[in-house]
Design a binder for this molecule. Sequence first.
Ligand code: ADP
Ligand code: SF4
Length: 695
Amino acid sequence: MPRDPRWDILFEPVKIGPVTAPNRFYQVPHASGMTNVLPQVRAAFREVKAEGGWGVVCTGAVSIHPSSDDSPLPAARLWDEHDVRAHALMTEAVHRHGSLAGVELWHGGAATMNRSSRIPPLSPSGVGWMSTHVGFMSNQRARAMNQDDIKAFLGWYRDAAIRAKRAGFDIVYVYAGMGYLLHEFLLPAYNRREDAYGGSVKNRTRLIREALETVKEAVGDTCGVALRISLDELRQRPGTELATEAHEVVAELGDLPDLWDVKLDSSPTDCGSSRFRPEGSHEPVIDFVKSLTSRPVVGVGRFTSPDAMVSQIRRGVLDLIGAARPSIADPFLPRKLDEGREDEIRECIGCNICISSWHDGVPVRCTQNPTIGEEWRRGWHPERYERAGSADRVLVVGAGPAGLDCALTLARRGYEVAIADKAHRAGGRILDEAELPGLNAWRRVLDYRLGALVKLPNAQLYLDSELGADEVLGFGAERVVIATGCDWVPAAYDARMETPGELFQGPGVFTPQDVFAGRPIQGPVAVFDYDNYYMGGCIAERLAAQGLDVTYVTPAGFASAWTIMNNEQPNVHMNLARLGVELITRRSVAAYMPGLLVTEDIFTRAQAELPCASLVVVGHRRPRSALYDALVARKGEWAEAGVRSVDRIGDAAAPGALVHAVYSGHLYARTLDAPAEALPYRIDNGLPAPAVAAE
Ligand code: ADP
Ligand code: SF4
């Protein structure tokens, strides 16, 4: 199909200094979690985005010197010739598809703890980053930079830029954002200097100017030089000449960078989840930049709607549509728009599982796109599929995220697939969870899969179809996949072993499924959460919004403790406070009887009583395995029924988040009839790296 002419503007080329982006789709720097240790995995991951039509594809943060060392968090580096070769794999891969490759050269300043290099962190004035997040904490405080340090720093930038050029990059970044070194120079909280680098906006901007000039001189003849900058805090500081200090900084640097890449200050604000931040939420902070520079401006906003993208350009907010998450969820987003296939876009749901992968220190994962990070390792392509390895027919029982992804992927491979669900609508857990406060975008997991599945003639969906072992064995499918999901159970919590305990019994005890089913719940209600992800917080919000008196109890130190990993935790706390939910942390529930809840300090065991009409337990889940168990018990009948295999996927195998269910379904479908291998995937040993000619 031809492209809708309304999107033509998105496919115009944009000049960035001496290079030209072929279109306005710009994959901004974002973490891959792959580091230089997995250069082939990384190159394939970035390549698929170039193949999918992103005109510019950038690295994540790339350290310029060992004094910027975030280990064990997975950052890349460009310290020596070996690193040049590692990055050259990526630039060559990106260039194969006509896209530009950008590198985000980075110095972390006081925000990197240099755990591995053991160099005291550098900072403008010796002000350390006093993180309260265990993963980022350190006892090593920052050292104030003197004139020699500043000179050395500029030398590191120059040398890294020259190496970047040798590695084949087209755009080289100076990075002044997210609390890293150059951003610290901009912020008076960090920069308390009294020399030419402190005090006025001009002085605080000086080192950025010098870094830009240094990099331009080193590589500006052939590479575009971009400035990435966080403007949140600066925009809140009134200026002396212009409206705010953000205006003054941009005016001060004006046309010096070839490209402005503008963003917010911290991961939770810059990369907020859809639960708390809508598409395009950066605009109020960055909307003025284009009025103060003639250089192109790129920014993000979790854009998946082409209307929103076009609007950003036509209204003069951005010149290039920046994306990290939308390019992970669908590396082929630009190509699909270009080919008039916008209904096939796999829209990012804004869950931030990708960001949690970085906090976990592993290659990026995505709820919507199970192939991300698996391009090289497993040879998975987001738009291409191995042909079916047999003529087997497959019956998938359960049309939740696992069953749907499994059935869709099998059908795309060419298998004859039937998917049956006892419910009246397909979607499984998504149908309920997308109704929770803020989770509406999660429906996209269902919409994408169902929308694609119903178009395939070799896939049949049967709703209102509860299957037992007799029906399955009589169905006539050679392969059976059980995707029947799991159940929440109201189990107590054993704080000593950190395991689920006995079940709470009796009236007044509920699970999330009871809440979804609309069972009447009386206040005051306690939500006891040791699941630690979104469910407990969302249920508490929902009940409080219904007007109930809600107390949230958790053995963890924070509400929804795991959400520190996906940037949601500050907002979870703010929402619970806004709704008047009382928070009890570091306590377990020792006993419950109608009207009374007994909580217990997880360390001292000191008990306290709380009036409580209802207890909602959000902790343990059990696979719904009745059908699977019944089929296994009748294994002797399989051959006669023509059944070759029965497998479990998703929550029916091991309860998890949506990302696990989707991946599990995808994995089954990709590997059906594949030859057995000793290892489940290829291991990237960092070789072979092609030789790159030294200058
Ligand atoms: P997952 O996250 O693993 O995909 P879900 O809980 O979202 O799991 O989906 C499981 C689906 O399986 C639900 O839609 C449920 O109605 C369906 N289901 C469970 N047992 C049966 C059964 N015996 N026959 C048909 N459908 C079933
Ligand atoms: Fe979007 Fe979630 Fe995928 Fe990240 S993990 S790209 S937020 S769908």
